[in-house]
Design a protein around this ligand. Sequence first.
Ligand SMILES: Nc1nc2c(c(=O)[nH]1)N[C@H]1C(S)=C(S)[C@@H](COP(=O)(O)O)O[C@H]1N2
Ligand SMILES: [Mo]
Length: 365
Amino acid sequence: MSTPNIERPVAATSGQPTQGPLTHDELQLAGRNHSMPLEALHDDITPAGLHYLLIHFDIPHVSPDSWRLCLGGAVSNALELDLDDLRARPAVTMPVTLECAGNGRALLQPRPLSQPWTTGAVGTAEWTGTPLAPLLEEAGLAGDAVELVFTGADRGIQGGVEQQYARSLSVADAMHPEVMLAYAMNGQPLPLQHGFPLRLLVPGWYGMASVKWLTSIEAVTSRFMGYQQAVAYHYLQGPDGPGLPVSHIRVRSLMVPPGIPDFFTRRRVVDAGPVMLQGRAWSGHGDVERVEVGIDGEWMPAHLEPAAGEFAWSSWSLVWVATPGEHVLRCRAMDSSGALQPTEQVWNYQGIGNNMAQRVEVTVR
Ligand SMILES: Nc1nc2c(c(=O)[nH]1)N[C@H]1C(S)=C(S)[C@@H](COP(=O)(O)O)O[C@H]1N2
Ligand SMILES: [Mo]
């Protein structure tokens, strides 16, 4: 099976990973899909406008008046709900750290051609919605239902396949209590770009699972083989699959780059003396247990605060006494599964899950 890379434009540049300069196609994607500026790591909650954004196709135009969510397929009681129906149901609000599976892709060498993220494809918003499990219970899943397929209103072509953006979850995964249908972000109706009027939210999983502009949930009796499920989002060593499907977020930490940036290179300039290094760390495989900061290759434990929520990042800090000269700062986290961020790249064909420890070069004056 040929497995073209997930967010790669089907254009002259698609094909093998490259060592070459950034392509026009990557630039187009980078302009549409922005990172979170790392200085936003200062705050528990990322303002919607600073939260990273990933949209494969176009933002669909959805009219809230005619919009309906259809829950059907292998169920005994198909449901059709409008936004008021969903808002009238029990509501939960939860901070959730969302990260794109492709975060770190453009730092890989060679570079898989797709959305060229460096490190900022992450954000933590306070999402409000209604839990999915009770809705599935009301719909009455058939005994032979194995998965739920979640389909968005957006449509496009990827890997030569015309499609609606769609992903599935096993019945067991979909029934997790934290999985919700979200209609608000940071206390406001979902912004258009984040899935208005409704999105799925699967806390702990990389972002691809959290289908935006949700229009239907279908219970199916065999595994869903749509493009975003069966071709994209696999850990692979080459173009041929199947590889391992991508699910939960790998442990990662990031720091607010200290001092001030150079405009063009963004290299940091810092004054000598005590500098408060701080950042955030998160994992979809359990709590963050430790964060270490590397100063010129020497690792030191950082102070770690409790997470803002079960599926939200934790804040960390460490005072560094900066001495004049050139320095390399890094950070790495370990989670309760024992996973530790690598300091060297671990390459894969789609450029997925690259949680290599961040590296910040600093000139101290
Ligand atoms: N319908 C739809 N849902 C989608 C996508 C999309 O392109 N279309 N992108 C996915 C990917 S790859 C990610 S990382 C997250 C990004 O969510 P955000 O833009 O709200 O940060 O949405 C996911 N849900
Ligand atoms: Mo993503």
